[in-house]
Design a protein around this ligand. Structure first.
Ligand SMILES: CC(=O)SCCNC(=O)CCNC(=O)[C@H](O)C(C)(C)COP(=O)(O)OP(=O)(O)OC[C@H]1O[C@@H](n2cnc3c(N)ncnc32)[C@H](O)[C@@H]1OP(=O)(O)O
Ligand SMILES: CC(C)C(=O)C(=O)O
Ligand SMILES: [Mg+2]
Length: 512
């Protein structure tokens, strides 16, 4: 393998599954493994076969179907674990036993209750045993980052001498900081005499939010395998996130000239699959795969992105498998983005109409947390259809079970503001009576329909009103977060259309 190629070892199915609540069934594990293979992951750690019959079967099933990635299983320095693991990975075209034991003073003394010499012996025995069963053996020094250096060198040398071809130095509890961790890797490269016979690997946990930084620092110091998980899933605060490592290496190849075999366009799909299967929702502001990672809401940013996406995007959304960056329309958006959004939605408004629509859009944003495309369509449709004869100004309604329901409505009719208060059989009836009081007409209400455009209690209501006069029908629609305001707007729009129709069909004046 070329010198600067970094091996990606994904442990979503093993360490990822150790996240409380993230258990996956066999079928789900196979689906994820196939996705990882398709993505170009070099090694898939499929589980810990001794842990349960289900874990064994899942590793075994993954080993049967995955062809291109190497399939690893985890085993303690225990004969039964190693034999079970060998059996589980046997069907794989490329297999690996990953055996481990703790090497830090704390873990040896309290957890294993073993003397250091006994640990060294266990390393020799377990790696030798594994090598008798499979060609490819990885050995991990659990809690390696808190291990005394001389002892760690001795353990690593023993594991390599026994046949391990990958030596993993985990930061099991996410305690390391980048410079120190890089120095640890450099120390091993400088001091372990047979280190050239193995690939150094890192496995970082995210307890201090440093898992990715530590992994990258270790690679710069000479490590050539990174263990990681999709979405950073894993024990406690998780493991280093695969997508962050891969995209950091790709995006900052100038500073970190290393390559991986990952097809980055498959990242989003893999992230979604893992999230769906585990029920672990990805936080919106998560790097690379969060819903907001390529979304822009601020007007200044949106303007920049529209002019040249590189102004605010250091990688393209397409490079991680997203079709395009999204300009999220909200209260911080500006006219450039609003015009662009309307264009995408099929609306080309003149400057005046755009300014009016933009003002109403901003008002809507003040009232509503999420503004969806449907909200904007409803708003612009309403705006485009509004004519000048009658304009809605304000509405106050008294509603509820006690009655009588009343509406106080203000309209501008041919430039004149006027006001009416009417009672009715319900607030909608009262509102429509007020319109009729201000602008008397004979048109009959044929249809009144309310439709919630978007989900949630802050949804835009879109109201449709159909009026009929002398056999002619017109339809008006109005949208607002307040259903009654939307109703008044819809009625007014229909009336305006009716007036336009009347004008068009009126007999032409007889010229003198
Ligand atoms: C850092 C990591 O992620 S390590 C992997 C952690 N993952 C898991 O533990 C998930 C799967 N684990 C399991 O299903 C169970 O713990 C099993 C099947 C492995 C073992 O179960 P049990 O036999 O009931 O033991 P239990 O889990 O209670 O305790 C672990 C034992 O293994 C020993 N042990 C721990 N690590 C190792 C090791 N690498 N090599 C040898 N022995 C070890 C412990 O000292 C303890 O031994 P003891 O019983 O003599 O005190
Ligand atoms: C088993 C090892 C590699 C591990 O998961 C850790 O040390 O975090
Ligand atoms: Mg771990």
């Amino acid at each position: 393998m070329e010198q600067n190629r970094v091996i990606l070892f994904d442990t979503t199915l093993r360490d990822g599954e150790q996240s409380p609540g993230a258990s996956m069934n066999l079928e789900e594990k196979v689906r994820i493994a196939l996705t990882l293979e398709d993505m170009g992951v070099d090694v898939i750690e499929a589980g810990f076969p001794i842990a349960s019959a289900g874990d064994f079967e899942a590793v075994n099933a993954v080993a049967k179907v995955v062809k291109k990635s190497r399939i690893a299983g985890l085993a303690r320095a225990v004969r039964a674990d190693i034999e079970r693991c060998a059996e589980a990975v046997r069907p794989a075209e490329l297999s690996r036993i990953h055996t481990f034991i703790s090497t830090s003073p704390l873990h040896m003394k309290y957890k294993l209750q073993m003397e250091p010499d006994a640990v060294v012996q266990a390393i020799h025995d377990s790696v030798s045993m594994a090598r008798n069963l499979v060609e490819d053996v990885e050995w991990s020094a659990e809690d390696g980052s808190r291990t005394e250096h001389d002892f760690l060198c001795r353990c690593v040398e023993t594991a390599i001498a026994a046949g391990a071809r990958t030596i993993n130095i985990p930061d099991t509890v996410g305690y390391a900081v980048p410079d120190e961790y890089a120095a640890l890797i450099a120390m091993l490269i400088n001091r372990v005499p047979n280190i050239d016979q193995a690939i150094l690997s890192v496995h970082c946990h995210n307890d201090l939010g440093l898992a990715v930084a530590n992994s990258l620092a270790a690679v710069r110091a000479g490590a050539r395998q990174i263990e990681c998980t999709i979405n950073g899933l894993g024990e406690r605060a998780g493991n280093a996130a695969l997508e962050e490592i891969v995209m950091a290496l790709r995006t900052r190849n100038d500073a970190m000239p290393f390559s991986t075999g990952i097809r980055t366009e498959a990242i989003t799909r893999a992230s979604k699959l893992v999230s769906t299967v585990t029920g672990f929702v990805v936080q919106p502001n998560k790097a690379i795969v969060g819903a907001n990672a390529f979304a822009h809401e601020s007007g200044i940013h949106q303007d920049g992105v529209l002019k040249n996406a590189a102004t605010y995007e250091i990688m393209t959304p397409e490079s991680v498998g997203l079709s395009r960056s999204s300009l999220v329309m909200g209260k911080h958006s500006g006219r450039h983005a609003f015009r662009d959004k309307l264009k995408q939605l099929g609306y080309e408004l003149g400057d005046n109409a755009l300014n009016e629509a933009f003002k109403r859009f901003k008002d809507l944003c003040d009232k509503k947390k999420d503004v969806f495309d449907e909200d904007i369509i409803a708003l612009v449709d309403d705006e485009a259809r509004a004519h000048d004869h009658i304009r809605f100004q304000s509405l106050e309604v008294i509603a509820g079970s006690k009655g009588p329901q009343k509406a106080t409505l203000e309209l501008e009719i041919d430039g004149q503001s006027c006001r009416a208060e009417e009672a009715g059989d319900g607030p909608v009836d009262a509102t429509f009576k007020a319109i009729r009081a201000l602008f008397p007409h004979e048109a009959r209400l044929q249809l009144y329909q309310v439709h919630a455009v978007t989900g949630g209690t802050d949804a835009q209501a879109e109201v449709t009103v159909r009026l009929e006069e002398n056999g002619k029908t017109v339809i008006g629609q109005g949208a607002d977060t307040d259903t009654l305001v939307a109703s008044a707007r819809a009625y007014v729009t229909a009336l305006n259309k009716l007036l336009t129709k009347r004008e068009k069909t009126a007999p032409a004046p007889v010229s003198a």
